[in-house]
Design a protein around this ligand. Structure first.
Ligand code: TPP
Ligand code: MG
Length: 598
């Protein structure tokens, strides 16, 4: 062959190959991945070189701790619907991802975790940082495999993402470092992203819906209880509630769905909860349970109520309660069909009593938010958050008292996403969620609300907000304690043990990482602090407000002590005094007022 022909052939061969690490990233891009979190190590350096080469197409987000990257990836999927991706190097980098993995598994969130591994030739001989990764990740994931050839690397990532979506959980791909830096044939089929489709469900059968409507028509105190499966169906839920005179409870995770000011929104149940929801659950005789896998159902739902369930997942039908009618359906379509087929209920006293109860509860919370006397509590901070919140703000909420306070006090409008760690309840989830929110929605206002215990778990990554110019409003509620657990210990009648926290100057922690930190110790400082925060984020700068507050317990709505039919006057008065609840009225009084038998 002459020299010229040889050169042409070489060019052709070159044109028909691609670096395997780059091919891997192209697969991710085809699934709409535009950023990926991680920390490098010797076992992922080849992937780093590919990320460098592809930096105009995929942004590498260098976090301070892999757990933050992993939790941020989970939040990415929750917020965008596209797959979130994080990576860690072999050994400690990989095990740091674990928290995010269980978080995703519990909340059924598709995520991709890329795990570093030593080069193939060194594997399986207890080499440095080596461990047998797949058995670990199998438990936490829907797919956990090690790549065996460079050629299959992009295909395996594609497989992992498809499985993560189809099986609603995290997928793990372990990549021996040598396999992400090889020339492989430039086959143009690296992704099935365009072919991916989710099963489409209908409304459920008219027979079943009519059966359910019959039960509803006979009920005296019906409720509708909705979870995340009704995201996007708020109008239907509210129309349904009014038409059939059924007040609405949402799960805590469903907080974002129904606007706060809907007159019959009772809030959520149990402890991370609102008073009207817990009270109504004790009275109801029928529940329509939609798009939820509420874990406290066995504890909170009366065993003898009629129970109708609508869910798109056959795995949860009949799971949480003895069920009279179980409808496998798309929640929105099914509710629409109920509305079409059912007759309007007459205005009900049960509904009216619950509406009054909600108004009384809102008044109590407003009064607490407006309080200017006494020691500083958390409520005035929520007043400010509500005041400055933009219409499409995103709330990333941590785990602790802040979860229940946010559930009760944030006046969401139905367009403001609300994310946290649901079933797994991982402390430290607020900050990673805010990073994810700001990366995907740079033009929206983002809040990270956390207790001091949770904030301390991830505070090193405030610098990630600084480094990537992510103007988040971080609020730390500092009560020098693990308040949520302290209250559990009180309820166990035990002396507090192991719950106090050393006082930390979080404003200084923020300043040390290049962010403005503001300390609030008095109610009068609250408004100027939040005004300053608004100015800072407008200028593209993140900010942290440390609210130094009392350690008074938020009102325990799971232990309401207000009803004169159940408690003596002295006990009621003590409860009212402790929780500033003079004007709080039990549901039983509203039921009496409206002539409903309790
Ligand atoms: C990683 C992790 N560890 C422990 C717990 C148990 N836990 C739940 S809430 C909580 C206390 C939270 O304290 P803090 O962040 O200070 O909030 P506070 O309740 O005081 O407002 C703890 C320890 C958890 N959910 N997650
Ligand atoms: Mg605390």
């Amino acid at each position: 062959m002459n020299r010229k022909l040889m050169v042409i052939q070489e060019v052709l061969i070159m044109a028909e190959t691609i670096n395997s690490g780059i091919a891997a990233l192209r697969t991710l891009e085809s699934w709409h991945v535009d950023h990926i979190y991680g920390i490098p190590g010797g076992t992922v350096n080849n992937l780093m070189y590919a990320l460098d080469a592809e930096k105009d197409r995929i942004k590498y987000i260098h976090v301070r701790h892999e757990e933050v990257g992993a939790l941020a990836a989970v939040a990415d999927t929750k917020l965008t619907g596209h797959i979130g991706v994080a990576f860690g190097s072999a050994g400690p980098g990989a095990t740091h991802l674990y928290q995010g993995a269980y978080d995703a598994m519990a909340d059924k969130v598709p995520v991709l975790f890329i795990v570093g591994q030593n080069p193939q030739a060194l594997m399986n001989q207890d080499f440095f940082q080596e461990f047998d990764e797949n058995p670990w990740f199998k438990d936490a994931g829907v797919y956990a495999r090690t790549v065996m050839t460079a050629e299959s690397l992009p295909h395996i990532l594609d497989e992992a993402i498809r499985r993560a979506f189809a099986q609603h959980g995290p997928a793990f791909v372990t990549i021996p470092n040598d396999l992400s830096n090889k020339e492989i044939p430039a086959d143009d089929y690296y992704s099935s992203a365009e072919n991916f489709a989710k099963p489409v469900l209908g409304a459920g059968s008219d027979d079943q819906i009519n059966q359910a409507l019959e039960l509803i028509s006979k009920a005296k105190k019906p409720l509708i209880y909705v979870g995340q499966g009704t995201i996007g169906a708020a109008d239907e839920v509210m129309q349904f509630a009014r038409k059939f005179q059924m007040p609405v409870i949402t799960t805590a995770l469903g907080k974002e769905i129904i606007p706060y000011d809907f007159e019959a929104l009772l809030g959520s149940a149990a402890r991370v909860a609102s008073k009207p929801a817990n009270e109504a659950l004790q009275e109801t005789d029928l529940m329509l349970f939609v798009g939820s896998n509420y874990p406290f159902a066995e504890e909170m739902f009366k065993p003898d109520v009629k129970f109708i369930q609508i869910d798109s997942n056959p795995q949860v039908l009949g799971k949480r309660h003895k069920t009279d009618v179980a409808i496998l359906a798309d929640a929105k379509k099914s509710l629409q069909r109920f509305i079409e087929l059912g007759k309007d209920s007459a205005p009900s006293d049960w509904y009216a009593a619950n509406v009054d109860n909600v108004a009384n509860w809102h008044q109590y919370n407003d009064d607490m938010m407006n309080r200017t006397d006494g020691e500083l509590r958390f409520e005035p901070a929520f007043k400010e958050i509500n005041r400055i919140s933009e219409d499409n703000a995103i709330y990333s909420i941590d785990v602790g008292d802040v979860t229940q306070n946010a559930v009760r006090l944030l006046k969401v409008n139905g367009k403001q996403p609300w994310i946290t760690s649901g079933l797994f309840a991982t402390m430290g989830v607020g900050l990673p969620g805010s990073i994810a929110a700001k990366l995907s929605y740079p033009n929206r206002q983002v809040f990270n609300l956390a207790g001091d215990g949770a904030a301390a778990m991830v505070m090193q990554d405030l610098s990630t907000q600084v480094a990537y110019h992510l103007p988040v409003i971080n609020v730390v509620f500092s009560n020098d304690a693990l308040g949520f657990i302290e209250d559990e210990q009180e309820d166990d009648n035990h002396e507090w043990f192991g719950i106090s926290l050393p006082q930390t100057d979080f404003a200084k922690v923020a300043e040390a990482q290049g962010m403005t930190g503001i300390t609030v110790t008095k109610v009068g400082q609250m408004k100027p602090a939040f005004d300053q925060a608004v100015e800072l984020i407008k200028a593209g700068k993140p900010v942290l407000i440390d609210v130094k507050m009392t350690n008074e317990r938020p009102i325990p709505v799971e232990k309401l002590t207000l009803d004169p039919d159940k408690f003596d006057e002295k006990t009621i008065n003590e409860f009212k005094k402790r929780y500033y609840a003079d004007k709080l009225v039990p549901l039983s009084e509203f039921l009496k007022k409206h002539g409903v038998q309790s």
